[in-house]
Design a protein around this ligand. Structure first.
Ligand SMILES: [Zn+2]
Length: 110
């Protein structure tokens, strides 16, 4: 069943084709400072609407998107368009959706 997430102000809305079962609490310094939890998907399974910008750092393989109004981190996308992977910030999902997933820590991106 599809799940929906939104930033704090509601300008950015994300629809994912199914609820995540596994969420990554990435322990890298960047994700820790952002306070995000990542749920991974194929870009084919996710729709994002609303104005957002992104930040790129390090090896510049990932765009970290955020709402241009309220600043919430919303998702990341791969710079390489052939990469079949992206993630949404699971903290933007409804609490009951989060409750159905297992949160695991990883030392870095997965
Ligand atoms: Zn917003």
């Amino acid at each position: 069943m599809a799940v929906e997430a939104s930033c704090h102000c509601g300008a950015v809305r994300i629809t994912a084709a199914y609820a995540p079962t596994d969420i990554n609490d990435c322990q890298c310094d960047h994700c820790q400072k952002r306070g995000v939890l990542w749920a991974y998907y194929s870009p084919r399974d996710v729709t994002v609407t609303g104005a957002n910008s992104f930040y790129v750092w390090g090896d510049k393989r990932i765009r970290f998107h955020f709402c241009t109004v309220c600043g919430c981190t919303t998702h990341w996308t791969a710079v390489d368009p052939t990469r079949d992977r992206m993630a949404i910030n699971a903290r933007l999902l409804p609490r009951e959706v989060m409750a159905g997933a297992t949160i695991r820590e990883s030392p870095g991106p997965r």
